[in-house]
Design a protein around this ligand. Structure first.
Ligand code: ATP
Length: 315
């Protein structure tokens, strides 16, 4: 059986609004998600055993049963026991390019790659929706990572409405290597400080979702209007993460100042990004950040918006 190699892109949030609490303990969100070309490479290779084994070139990524890619494989084996019996286990090797614990959905996109890869390897012929449903049980960002592109995500992030592709923009991303923000901490801190703003009845929740669906960010995206998109960037989690992490706040401010379009923190951070309309503009921002923050702990990447999620590499 031939190995399968998949490109697994990171995501950024162009918009993240927390609108309420959910009975399952998660938050009700309205987000606009965007795939970017900064991507992990995930390879699946049948290993002739009845087990899945994970390897990864990044020391911070667990290779045991807590790895989201491993959990994705286990879930496929449980859902499709006949295919698992027939084809057996696989070695899952992750080449990590997406920073870990960064608010860029690195673990989620690896899990999405394993779902897509095993579907191919086991000849299951699942639809994207079926793969997304399996992904939703692993994590809120996994369904988006399967299809990628540009989309509105509601619920806890797993309910998706695709938007027209936005693949002509560039993004400069920066993160302090030694700094991670716990996503559960960020949401809990937000709840502690802002739960009085939460919308509680179904009618109002739907109103808040509709406000984004028919709002200016979606219009700006349909017109591929980078300037308007930059002005409409919004992330509620900045209200708790930036005051708690002054270096992230400074970096975010510099990104916003240096970019003609705008900058923001992605997800629960601590990665911050700046938008650019051309590769030259992105290169200038990249260089200016490097010069202004001459800190070897600071990692900077330039990437392009992309219109796809998990993509098998033809061999
Ligand atoms: P999100 O944006 O979805 O909140 P994130 O980008 O902030 O996610 P991840 O990079 O997915 O965070 O990692 C969060 C934690 O999950 C890591 O600290 C790591 O221990 C664990 N983890 C499990 N599997 C993976 C994986 N395949 N890649 C990266 N981290 C993983």
């Amino acid at each position: 059986m031939r190995p399968y190699t998949l490109i697994a892109p990171a995501k950024i949030n162009l918009y993240l609004e927390i609108i309420g609490d959910r009975p399952d303990g998660y938050h009700e969100l309205v987000m606009v998600m965007q795939s970017v070309s900064l991507a992990d490479v995930v390879q699946l290779r049948a290993n002739g055993t009845d087990r899945f084994r994970v390897s990864c070139d990044h020391p911070q990524v667990p290779t045991d049963a807590s790895n989201l890619a491993y959990r994705a494989a286990k879930q496929m084996a449980e859902q499709f026991p006949e295919a698992f019996r027939r084809f057996g286990g696989a070695d899952l090797s992750i080449q990590k390019h997406i920073p870990v614990g960064a608010g860029l959905a690195g673990g989620s996109t690896d899990a999405a790659a394993v779902l897509v890869g095993l579907d191919l390897m086991w000849n299951l012929g699942l639809t994207q929706e079926e793969i997304q449903e399996l992904g939703a049980q692993l994590g809120s960002d996994v369904p988006f990572c399967v299809t990628g592109g540009t989309a509105i995500a509601t619920g806890r992030g797993e309910q998706l409405s695709p938007l027209p592709p936005l693949d002509r923009l560039y993004v400069v991303l920066a993160k302090y290597r030694s700094l991670s923000v716990s996503t559960p901490w960020a949401y809990q801190a937000y709840r502690q400080q802002f739960s009085q703003t939460y919308v509680r009845d179904d009618h109002s929740l739907e109103g808040r979702r509709q406000r984004v669906h028919s709002g200016p960010m979606v219009t700006a995206i349909s017109h591929q209007d980078g300037e308007a998109i930059g002005k409409l960037l919004h992330n509620d989690l900045e209200k708790v993460v930036l005051p708690a992490y002054p270096p992230v706040k400074q970096l975010r401010q510099a990104m916003a100042d240096l970019s003609k379009l705008g900058g923001m923190m992605s997800g629960s951070g601590p990665t911050v990004f700046a938008l650019a309309e051309t590769p030259a503009e992105a290169a200038n921002i990249h260089q200016a950040i490097r010069t202004r923050f001459a800190d070897p702990d600071l990692e900077i990447w330039t990437a392009q918006f992309c219109a796809t999620g998990i993509k098998p590499v033809e061999s």
